[in-house]
Design a protein around this ligand. Sequence first.
Ligand SMILES: Nc1nc2c(ncn2[C@@H]2O[C@H](COP(=O)(O)OP(=O)(O)OP(=O)(O)O)[C@@H](O)[C@H]2O)c(=O)[nH]1
Ligand SMILES: [Mg+2]
Length: 261
Amino acid sequence: MTEIARPPLRRVAVLIPTYNERDTLPVIVRRVRELIPDVDVVVLDDNSPDGTGEVADTMAAADAQVHVLHREGKEGLGAAYLAGFGWAMDAGYDAVVEMDADGSHRPEHLPAMLAAAEHADAVIGSRWVRGGSVVNWPLHRKALSVGGNLYVKLLLGMPVNDATAGYRVYRVEALRAMGLDDVESLGYCFQTDLTWRAVKQGLTVVEVPITFVEREVGDSKMSPDIMKESLRRITSWGVQHRARQVRELVGGTREPRWHTL
Ligand SMILES: Nc1nc2c(ncn2[C@@H]2O[C@H](COP(=O)(O)OP(=O)(O)OP(=O)(O)O)[C@@H](O)[C@H]2O)c(=O)[nH]1
Ligand SMILES: [Mg+2]
C-alpha cells in the first residue's frame, strides 16, 4: 500500500497526443482553454505527416499556456504519453490529464475529474459506471470495449470498470510511485498497463462517469496490431497474477492487498 501526499492541485497539464489530427486539434485546444482557463495544454505530436505539429506551433505562439512536444516519428500512444509525463514532471506540474484530440473526451467533464483528483491519486473518466455512456459507437466498438474490460476484470480482478479508458488524471506523485521506467506497452494497452500498476501499488483510483462521443472527423488509429498487443500483454499479466495468488494460497502467505474477484 503506497500512501502519497495529496497537496491541492495548482498546476495541471492536459496532455494531448496527436497523429494526423490537424482538423480536430484546434477545436479541442480552444474548448479546453475556454472552459478551464487555469490548465495548460501540451500537444504530443509524432511528426504527423498532415502538419498537425505546425498547427500546434501556431497555437503555442499565440497562447503561452499551450506547449508542443515534437517527437521524431510515430511510436505509439504509450511512448508519447511517457514523454509527456517526463516533460510535465520536469516542468513542476502537480497533475497531468490524458485527453484524445478527436473530441471524444469532452472538456466539460474535466472540472468534475479534477475535483475528484483532489482526493485521489488517479481518476478515470469512465464509460462503464452508472451515469457513464457512449455516443455514436457502432455495436462492434461497444462489444470490444465491454468485452475487453470484462477480460481485464476476469484476469486481473481490478476494482475498475473501465480500465481501458483514455481520459484520465494522474497526480505526478502517483506516476512516480507507479514506476514507469519499464513500461513496454505501445498502443492503447498502455491505459490498462497503468491502471494495473496503480492498483498494484494500492493507489486510490476513482472513476468519474463521462459521456464518450465518437470522433466525427479524422481517422481512427485503432488497428489489429494494437488489439493483439492488448490481448497478449493482459493475458500475460493475468497468468502471472493468478499464479502468484495460487502460490500465496498454497504457501498460506496470502494477504488481502486489494479487492480481487
Ligand atoms: N502521438 C501519438 N498520438 C497517437 C498515436 N496513435 C494515436 N494517437 C492519438 O491518440 C488519440 C486516440 O486515438 P484515436 O485514433 O482517436 O483512437 P480511438 O479513440 O481508439 O479510435 P476512434 O474511436 O476511431 O477515434 C488521438 O488523439 C490520436 O491522434 C501515436 O502513435 N502517437
Ligand atoms: Mg478516438
